[in-house]
Design a binder for this molecule. Structure first.
Ligand code: NAD
Length: 359
């Protein structure tokens, strides 16, 4: 028997709905969590993972859905937070029928939840989902690959962080080190170079990605992963893995700004957010600075136009400045300030919409 008490967890963090579904034809096993729909329908991708247990899958889905609520709220979107996870081996379970079965379960939620791609699901899989539901975004031929847009949002967020920390956001005056030159880091490096960054370093573990940069941009200097955090640069941009800011790495940091695309960079939000603050290092909260891809895909809901989506993503600059102001005023770390910012938006909009207006 499971020890995990789903209702206790739901009540502690204000979840609205947890749905489990099973398709007897394909063996599809999944969970959809809707955390909060104060601002609008819950949006979040579908992750396919070989979870060791149902509890592990449920907890992952709950955590991810809650993260989406903050992310959408802080991104100025009229969307709530949700997520789906499918339990299975991506190499074995995928088929047209499997994803059509998923689409039917998404449709059964009647628009309270909108799905998209995530780890181990692709736009091709979503095409099958789309055959059975109207509530799916991130389709082929619409908003396209989110990574360049995520990187563009991070670039704008880096400029805001420079403005706050040094009073000047001119990229050409600063040095940068990007951790991970994958889907997002690669584009971020390109944007930094296009804006004449004084110097760009990068660290990678994938030989193919190292070779790609060496060929395309030999001026970008490679540093070994173990030397990354010690680099004497102005900005560190983590664009690889989560948990990289921790007890070991934070004391090594010489940079005055940490701002990149990676999710869950702080190993423990409160401890490591505070540690960075105490060291005078400005940290751009992950779910705010990396929301470009989400903002981009959300634009599909109102008819996608690339320029409009890009302009919307650029508002990450002003949002971060506002969050940094809150952090200073409340004397708290920036990750906490970002949550205050997101929660305040949800509370205020809920109040504004509490009167009855006929539309
Ligand atoms: P990716 O897998 O394409 O790129 C990550 C790169 O980091 C890979 O090339 C990998 O080899 C490299 N890497 C892994 N460990 C490393 C290490 N120790 N040192 C240096 N490099 C290392 O992933 P991505 O899509 O660029 O995403 C990066 C981060 O951004 C993830 O945390 C992801 O959740 C987050 N994110 C991505 C998007 C998006 O649109 N792709 C949106 C929001 C958040």
């Amino acid at each position: 028997m499971s020890d995990f008490k789903v209702f206790d967890y739901m009540s502690k963090y204000g979840f609205e709905q947890v749905v489990k579904f099973y398709d007897k034809t394909t063996g599809l096993k999944g969970i959809t969590v809707i955390h909060d729909t104060t601002l609008g329908p819950a949006l979040g991708g579908t992750r396919l993972w070989n979870y060791a247990s149902e509890d592990e899958a449920t907890l992952d889905c709950l955590r991810l859905a809650r993260g989406m609520t903050y992310k959408a709220a802080a991104a100025g979107l009229n969307l709530g937070g949700g997520k789906s996870v499918l339990i299975g081996d991506a190499d074995q379970v995928k088929s047209e029928a499997y994803f059509r079965a998923l689409g039917r379960f998404v449709q059964s939620l009647n628009g309270r939840y909108i799905t998209a791609e995530d780890v181990n699901t692709t736009t091709k899989d979503l095409d099958y989902v789309n055959m059975e539901t109207d509530h799916v975004v991130g389709l082929e031929g619409k908003s396209g690959n989110p990574s360049p847009m995520t990187a563009w949002g991070a670039f704008c967020g880096i400029r805001a962080s420079l403005k706050h920390q040094f009073g000047d956001d001119d990229i050409s005056k600063y040095t940068f080190a990007v951790q991970g030159a994958g889907q997002t880091g690669y584009y971020l490096i390109k944007y930094l170079l296009e804006h004449q960054a004084k110097k760009v370093y990068f660290s990678e573990i994938n030989e193919r990605h190292i070779a790609r940069l060496a060929e395309e941009h030999p001026e970008v200097e490679f540093v070994k992963p173990e030397d990354y955090f010690k680099l004497d640069v102005d900005v560190l941009s983590p664009c690889a893995l989560g948990g990289s800011l921790n007890d070991k790495t934070i004391p090594e940091i010489k940079a005055k700004v940490v701002a990149g695309t990676a999710n869950n960079v702080l190993l423990e939000e409160d401890i490591h957010g505070q540690m960075l603050k105490d060291r005078g290092i400005l940290y751009a909260p992950d779910f705010v600075i990396n929301a470009g891809g989400l903002i981009n895909v959300a634009h599909e809901l109102k008819g996608y136009e690339k320029d409009r989506a890009k302009r919307d993503i650029e508002r990450i600059y002003d949002r971060l400045l506002e969050i940094y102001k809150i952090a200073d005023k409340e004397n708290t770390h920036t990750q906490e300030a970002a949550k205050i910012f997101a929660t305040k938006r949800m509370e205020t909009i809920a109040l504004v919409r509490s009167n009855y207006i006929k539309r």
